[in-house]
Design a binder for this molecule. Structure first.
Ligand code: URA
Length: 436
């Protein structure tokens, strides 16, 4: 077999066999097939798509590129949530401890910033000392002790996704339903979860721009996941505006702490609680989503999820005291304020513009080898629906350096849309999708 022939077949729209996919993925992980050939294949997949069988085969090949975590010996139920990527989306940091407080075990394997979207691992690593490269033994031990652990793909666990994820990020091949499906499900199958809640985002700040595409991705995740023996619920959620009032790595840790202390913004809390409610259902803790939501609200108010979050930070090497002391203060010195250009109502804050500006600020990366900044970010003082006068403060912005800040400011200014009348109320959860 030759990689070039397989790329040519995919370019022509052929359905690749499991052996061909195993040859490509295995060769890539072994360092025998170079980045440029895998980039060309990923671009061919982007344009030609994959059949359901091909997507399932790719998922399986990626899953078996490394070890599969065995959670035997730890009492379940094991339920996880995964988002398809958004801006300001820090729900994982809130719902993992919340689920753990309900008696669910969450073995969470997450990713880094991808394209214009933020990454859970980058956020967690903004906490001084926090480690996201846990060994399998550490991962198991922390799940058993705290109820949840958060780690990344490593050279031992789904190494194919670790490499492909980073390559897709910088080759414009992220927004592909089969590649997203295989990336997410290979990680989720490797971590040992038996049930999964997917937050499938659509809108300007998501990889799927409209609800129909979002639903297609949700179906692909639900059906491929169910074929792998997982219990699945997917929610289709709105990502036209950043979620919550903060984007940025440490800023999002801070906002997650606010949520765990009952001071979270309404949009972020709503999406988090709806997702956590489905985790409660899949974990057998609630009979339906309404009961799950009530249970989650009561549990959050009781304070145990916050305690478990702090315990997880400590267990993963983070410095809890420093993290708490740094709240409100751990910011880049390069900052600016954005004020309303005109009076009226804010009709939208475009998540795509904010996400792209975030790369220049240093929240995300434009090259695989780039480091992200823990202290860059945007705080939204006002969001859509707010009535403003010219000059009102809308955003405070922190960039990794002066040049990044200057590049981002015009895009952030463009992200703010104005209208003379209040915009219609946003519906954050569009629908629930289960396997067919
Ligand atoms: N999240 C993932 O884990 N992978 C993708 O490809 C997109 C979002």
């Amino acid at each position: 077999m030759r990689a070039v022939d397989i790329i040519m077949r995919k370019r022509a729209g052929a359905e690749l066999s499991r052996d061909e996919l195993a040859f490509l993925v295995g060769g890539y992980v072994a360092g025998e097939i170079p980045d440029y050939q895998i980039s060309a294949w990923a671009m061919a997949v982007f344009f030609q798509g994959m059949s359901a069988g091909e997507t399932a085969a790719l998922t399986d090949v990626m899953l078996h590129s490394g070890a599969v975590i065995d959670l035997a010996g730890i009492a379940g139920p094991f339920v996880d949530k995964h988002s398809t990527g958004g801006v300001g989306d820090k729900t994982s940091l809130i719902l993992a401890p919340l689920a753990a407080a309900l008696g669910i075990r969450d073995p969470m394997m997450s990713g880094r910033a991808l394209g214009h979207t933020g990454g859970t691992l980058d956020k967690l690593e903004a906490i001084p000392g926090y480690r996201t490269n846990l060994s399998i033994e550490e991962f198991r031990a922390i799940i058993a002790k705290v109820g949840f652990a958060m780690t990344g793909q490593t050279k031992d666990i789904v190494p194919a996704d670790r490499l492909l994820y980073a390559l897709r990020d910088v080759t414009a091949t992220v927004e592909s339903i089969p590649l997203i499906t295989a990336s997410i499900l290979s990680k989720k199958a490797a971590e040992g979860a038996e049930a999964l809640v997917f937050d499938v985002k659509y809108g300007s700040g998501a990889f799927m721009k409209d609800p129909a595409q979002g639903e297609k991705l949700a179906r692909s995740l639900a059906d491929t996941g169910a074929a792998m023996g997982k219990k699945i619920i997917a929610l289709l959620t709105d990502m036209n505006e950043p979620l919550g009032n903060m984007t940025g790595n440490f800023l999002e840790v801070e906002e997650s702490l606010d949520c765990l202390e009952g001071k979270g913004p309404a949009d972020l809390m709503d999406v988090t609680l709806e997702l956590a409610a489905r985790m409660a259902v899949l974990g057998g803790k609630a009979k339906d989503a309404a009961e799950g939501r009530r249970l989650c609200e009561e549990t959050l108010a009781g304070g145990k999820p916050r305690e478990l979050f702090l315990s997880n930070v400590e267990s993963q090497g983070g410095d809890v005291k420093k993290m708490l002391e740094m709240r409100g203060r751990y910011r880049s010195p390069f900052s600016a304020e954005l004020r309303a250009r005109e009076g009226g109502y804010i009709s939208a804050i475009d998540a795509w513009d904010v996400g792209h500006a975030g790369i220049a600020l240093g929240i995300g990366r434009s090259r695989t080898e780039d480091a992200v900044s823990p202290t860059a970010g945007v705080q939204f003082h006002l969001k859509s629906g707010a009535q403003v006068k010219a000059g009102d403060l809308i955003m405070t912005v922190w960039g990794k350096d002066k040049a990044g800040l200057e590049t981002a400011l015009p895009a952030l200014n463009d992200a703010i849309k104005y209208a003379e009348t209040p915009p219609p109320e946003r519906k954050l959860i569009l629908k629930e999708i289960i396997p067919q």
